[in-house]
Design a protein. Structure first.
Length: 252
C-alpha cells in the first residue's frame, strides 16, 4: 500500500531523512520508532505532502506521492494526526468530526448556502457517520462538548476520530499515546486494533511508549539520526543491538 524507496530530505546541510526504505502492506499495524530527532515525524511529513523529498520516491498504491499537495494526499486516502493536538478548539466534538467528513461531501457550495434538501440530507448523513465514529472512540457521550474542554486523553482520541472521518485507507498516528496514563494507553491500544479490524484500515504510527508499540505493532522500522537501523517484528526489534544502542546511547 505504501512504499518508501531511498527517501531522503535535506534542509541545507542537515540530512533529516537519509535513504530510508520500507513498505507497509494493506491491513498492517506498522510502527515507526526511534530516539528524539531520528526523523520519524519528518517521514510522516514526506508521506503527507508537507515536504517534498530531495531524492528517492514515495508511492501509495503504486502512485508517486512526491510533490503531491497535502489536501490531494488526503483525497487519495491518507489521513494523519499530529504530535501537537490541532483540534478546532471552539467547535464541539461532533462538529470537529463533521468538518473532516466534508472531504467526501458531494453537495456543492451553492446547494449548501441555499440549504437545499439534498444538502440538508447529506449533512445529516455526515452527522450520523460522525456519531458512529465517536462511539468507536468512546466519545459519543461528550459529542456536544467543546473540544477544548475535553481531558487530554479524549482530545487525542478525537484527533483520531477526525482523521478517520475522511475515510482513509491508511491512517498515520503521530504519538497517539503521548501523555496518557497506563489505563488510557491500554484503552487506546484496543481501540486502534478495533479500527484496523472493523474498518479494514491500515495503520502506521510513531510512538515513544515502547510497551504500547511492542504490544500493538506487527512490523516495526527503527530510525536513528535519519537512517534506518532495523526492521522486523517486535521480538526481533526488542533484542537488536543497534536499537538498544540507539536508545541507551552506548554499545551493547
Amino acid at each position: 500500500m505504501l512504499e518508501l524507496n531511498n527517501a531522503t530530505i535535506k534542509f541545507g546541510g542537515l540530512v533529516a531523512v537519509n535513504d530510508v526504505s520500507f513498505a507497509v502492506s494493506k491491513g498492517d499495524l506498522f510502527g515507526l520508532i526511534g530516539p528524539n530527532g531520528a526523523g520519524k515525524t519528518t517521514c510522516f511529513n514526506l508521506i503527507t505532502g508537507v515536504y517534498k523529498p530531495t531524492s528517492g520516491s514515495i508511492k501509495f498504491k503504486g502512485r508517486e506521492l512526491s510533490g503531491t499537495p497535502s489536501n490531494k494526499v488526503a483525497q487519495l486516502g491518507i489521513a494523519r494526526t499530529f504530535q501537537n493536538i490541532r483540534l478546532f478548539r471552539a467547535l464541539s466534538v461532533l462538529e470537529n468530526v463533521v468538518v473532516a467528513a466534508f472531504l467526501r461531501h458531494r453537495v456543492g457550495l451553492a446547494s449548501a448556502i441555499a440549504d437545499l434538501p439534498n444538502s440538508i440530507r447529506e449533512t445529516q448523513e455526515l452527522k450520523d457517520q460522525a456519531m458512529a465514529l465517536l462511539e468507536v472512540l468512546h466519545l459519543d457521550k461528550v459529542a456536544h462538548t467543546r473540544s477544548c474542554d475535553l481531558p487530554y486523553g479524549m482530545q487525542r482520541r478525537l484527533e483520531i476520530a477526525r482523521a478517520m472521518a475522511t475515510q482513509p485507507e491508511l491512517l498515520l498516528l503521530d504519538e497517539p499515546a503521548a501523555g496518557m496514563n497506563p489505563q488510557e494507553s491500554d484503552d487506546l491500544l484496543r481501540v486502534v486494533r478495533q479500527i484496523r479490524d472493523q474498518f479494514n484500515m491500515t495503520v502506521l504510527l510513531i510512538e515513544h511508549d515502547m510497551r504500547f508499540v511492542m504490544n500493538l505493532c506487527e512490523k516495526i522500522v527503527v530510525l536513528d539520526h535519519g537512517c534506518e537501523i532495523a526492521q522486523g517484528p517486535p521480538e526481533a526489534i526488542r533484542s537488536n543491538p543497534k536499537v538498544i544502542e540507539a536508545y541507551l546511547g552506548e554499545p551493547v
